[in-house]
Design a protein around this ligand. Sequence first.
Ligand SMILES: Nc1ncnc2c1ncn2[C@@H]1O[C@H](COP(=O)(O)OP(=O)(O)OP(=O)(O)O)[C@@H](O)[C@H]1O
Length: 324
Amino acid sequence: MSEPVIDVEGLEVEFPRYGMPPVRAVKGLDLAILRQEIVGLVGESGSGKTTLARAIMQLVPPPGRIAGGRIRFEGQNLAALDPERLRTLRGRSMAMVIANPRSELNPLLTVGQQIGNVLKYHTGLGGKALRKRVIDMLKEVRIPDPERRYDAYPHELSGGMAQRVVMAIALICEPRFVISDDATSGLDVTVQAQVLELLQRLVEKHRTAMLFITRDIGITAHFCDRVAVIYGGEIVEIAPRASFFANPVHPYTVLLLAAFSHNPRLRSYWLKEAEPATDTRPAERGCPFAPRCVRAQPHCRAEHPVLRELAPGHFVRCHYPVER
Ligand SMILES: Nc1ncnc2c1ncn2[C@@H]1O[C@H](COP(=O)(O)OP(=O)(O)OP(=O)(O)O)[C@@H](O)[C@H]1O
């Protein structure tokens, strides 16, 4: 197997709280992503998705901090790099696309200037060559009439087009690793499909590794090579797409899938689970999902489950996974 582009090992991220123990937003998380691989990361609000993304980019907002573990990009330990080297790496070799493109764009600069500035900063390119490369990139993200849009300001763009410009900014230097953090969530369904198709094409063309964060498990079925489910800062299930959707085994994954499914087995599970899950506090010990889990046994509240491999590449963190 080739060396991963990004390799996260035992990552711990915490946010201090006054007079209380810190919030452990990411707990002992391992994740490796290969070249030209898209890994979908699904989880509910507050499960730690964005914190993981920020930690990988070495951008955890203080006083939050990486409290343990290691993140390697192409073998380099990111924590050991000086700020200058990290700045060069970010934007050039690793990039992040987020939702709400309008907040990412500077309203005072044209589309061409904003994309061009990134390219100039990282490569020193200028003049006509810079303009040509930016217009090529606008074509690549399928902005209609790119010559004219080069001189447009953000307020002149539709939401879908603004999202493509943000993607163009992220991708102009052909990064080898990209994080998409819920980047398609605010778009119309048809525009969303186009943007996803575009991301997939760019990943193939440039052999990029991608972490695709979403709250919509349905999207990952068409788009990702592997799917990971995060709950309470931990990966609770991760598998190649086919295995994940054919045989989901973590009760929480089944719950997530049931909400989207017409499969009677999953739906009956969903109906059972739909009983109010009043206690959503993570258990002090044991499995954090136990308070919401219909399969929970006393053992689940006593012992924290480890991630174990049930089928090739299919890992689950559960004492009593759903029968395959
Ligand atoms: N800047 C911060 N200060 C304090 N706590 C934070 C901060 N950012 C995140 N957290 C906490 O870390 C945990 C994980 O949050 P995170 O934003 O990573 O979740 P998420 O899965 O990305 O959620 P969403 O889908 O809503 O964006 C939450 O308990 C959250 O309250």
